[in-house]
Each structure stands twice: as C-alpha cells, then as structure tokens.
Design a protein around this ligand. Sequence first.
Ligand SMILES: [Zn+2]
Length: 446
Amino acid sequence: MTATLLHNAMIVCLGDGDAIYDAGYIVIENDRIADIGDMKTVPDAASFDTVIDCTDRLIMPGLVNAHTHTPMTLFRGLAEGVSLLVLEGWLTAIRSLEAVMTPDMVPAAVEVACAEMIRTGTTTFADQYFFMDEIIPVVEKSGMRAALAYGIVELGDPVARERELANLEGFLEAIGSLESDRMQGWVGPHAFFVDNSEAMMQAERRIAAKYDTGLHIHISTTGEEDALTQELYGTSAVTQMERMGMLDAPILAAHAITIPEADWPTLAAHDFTAVAAASACMRAGAEAAPVLGMHQAGINVAIGTDNVCNNNDYDLFLEMRTLAKLTSFREKRPGALKAREILAMATANGAKALGLDAEIGSLEVGKRADLILLDRTDIGWTPLPTNDPFTALVYSVNGHAITDSMVNGRWLLRERQWTTLDYASAVQRQREDVVRLLALRDAAQA
Ligand SMILES: [Zn+2]
C-alpha cells in the first residue's frame, strides 16, 4: 500500500456535510481517500510514503464534464456562424468533415481534448462519438475516468442499423473486459426520433439493458423531436419515450432546451439527467434551457461543454460561470441558481448521472481519490477573507488556476505539467491531421 499526505490546504469537500477546512489535510491510500480533517488533527508525516505541502492551494473534487465529443477538437474553428443544434447546420458543417475524417486523425484529437480537460480541472467525462477503437487507448493512457458512448446515426438505413448494432455490442464487450475500471461503455444514439428510428431505439434499449448501461443522447435542442412525435404519435417525445420503455434505461440527455414543462415530472421520476451546455446553446442562438425549473422539478441536472466547435473550449469552470449567468438572465433575477448548486451540477450530479455517486463527486473518506488543486495566489481569489470559495470557484477563477489533478490516487497533472499525456506532440500531430482533413474535404467537394 502507498500512502500520501496532502496538508496545509484549504479543502472544499462538497459532500453532504459540506465541510470546508481553511487549513486541512487529506490522506490517500492507493486509489481512495482514507482520511480528511483539520490541520489540528493531522497525522504524523513520518508514517507516509509521500508528503506534499499544499500551502496556498485549494483542494476540491475533480469536475465531471457530462457531455463531450473528444475527436471534434479536430474541427475547432470550422463551424463558426453555424448552429449545430439544428439538424441542417450539423449536416452542413460537421457531416462533410466526418465523411472524410480517417481513424488515424482521432488519437491526436482525443489527446488534445483530454489534456485540455485535465489542465482545467475535469477528471471524469462522458463522451459520445464514433471511432471508439481509437478513442479507448488514448483515454486509457490519459488516466482519466470516462463514460464512452458508441455514437450511432442511423437515419433510417437498415444496413447501417444492423452494422451499428453489431459494432455496438463488440464495443461494450471490449470495454467491459478492460482491466481498468475507469471506463464505462454506453450506448450513444445521436438523437432519438430525429436520426434514430423507433426500431433502432428499441434495439438500443435492449442492448443497454443487456450490458447494464445507459443511453447518452442529444434531446430537445430545438423541438424537432416533439414536432416529429406529435405528427407520428400525437404526443410529446418524452411521453412517446416512456411508452416505448426508453426511460427504463439511465439517460444522459444533452441540451434539454425545449422539453415541455408537462413532461418534467415524468423525467424526475426516472434515472434521467439533463445536461446543460450553456455556451453551446448561447453560441447557437438557441433558447436558454429552463435549468432552474427542471432542477426545482427534481430532474438531475449536470453540466457539459459539448464539442469544441460550438463552445469552443473544455474549461468546465467557464461553463459553470456561463450557466450561472445564463440562468439568472433567463429568470430575470440575480443568483437564480446558487453557486453551491452550480458546483453540485459540475460534480455530484454528473457522478450520479454515471452511477458513480458512491465513488466520486465529493471528497469523503472511502471515495476514490479524484481531486484537483487550485492556486489561490492566482488572480480572481482576493480578497480571501470575503470572496467565499463557492463564489470564487463559479464566478471569478477559471480552469487555469489548476495546478494538479489526480484520478484514482494517480497524478495526471503535477505543478501544471501533464504526467500522462504529451500535449505538444499531440498539437503537432493535429496540425498535420487538419491539413489532410481539409484537403480530403476539398477533393470530395470538387
Ligand atoms: Zn453534443
């Protein structure tokens, strides 16, 4: 067993008791938190393998980014002025790139995404995309915790349906047989009704149940599903999903902007998480999601950045701030969501969405050692006596204050340096990949 003592830090636990230690310590044994407390009761440093002085540091749980598409860092800057929340915009700006993208372009893109998330405080993410054979090894190398959803766009094609379902099962088998328990396999229909048929949805539900996992989808970005289901079934998308048994599976639902209020109680009664992606929504010129209303109705709300074509970064601190401000703007009142509630959405609620609430999302004895350190001498914290930590974390500091990051007791970032990934090399490879990508796109369009 290896034991590490982190001491002299401000510790923000974000657990049920909401403990904050102005000067505290954490003991990590192997991959778990073994002890937390005030410096007045700190154990003898001589009994540890490693002792780290964390003066001027704040330690908190690592953040959970509940909606990403990591390979899409390759497309950053290539979908400007286009809404990716409507099918037409997505088909125009993204599908033309995806049609020519090759698997060898994926590893550098995922490494860039993971490096940016680690550097800005995310320790767990929920990804949905294609090319899982290329994504898994990079996530494995990164040391991050992840729920990886096999992306499916069927568009009513029965050949695509059979191929994708076979590949999906192969993916779930493969991820289930990995030695590491840091990665979960999920089913990733791009969007119910819009581009996955009823037959496909039923097959996806059965496979999710067989592998005891959930569905990571996009929903209600513009109301397209509701228009379709009203036309086909005379009812809302959520009611139709319930009739089809889709809500029996855990659902991670990105955006959730236009779900009718009448459907909120149904969603609150199921294992359903609405993932707020405020930056993507604002950049697309979409409506602001009714996050406060859904939260008050009892729906689990988490936070995601979405892809970096319509965000355009992976800094979840900036995303917390954007959601907090957008919600006040929408509700026309200050502090509509408290800073503490926003922090819960970026930690415990994301953990709950992934069935990991007993393992991560707060700093508590027995939980996994997934934590981040922030530099309190950096800009945005002062005055320390009055700028309370919840307010500072949501409104005045950002992910660049992160100095260190740990998952399962292993450092992924130390003193602002990546320990598992080579960002400079990934950036260089991605530079070459994007040149090839654009040449392929131009050739296809010629
Ligand atoms: Zn998305």
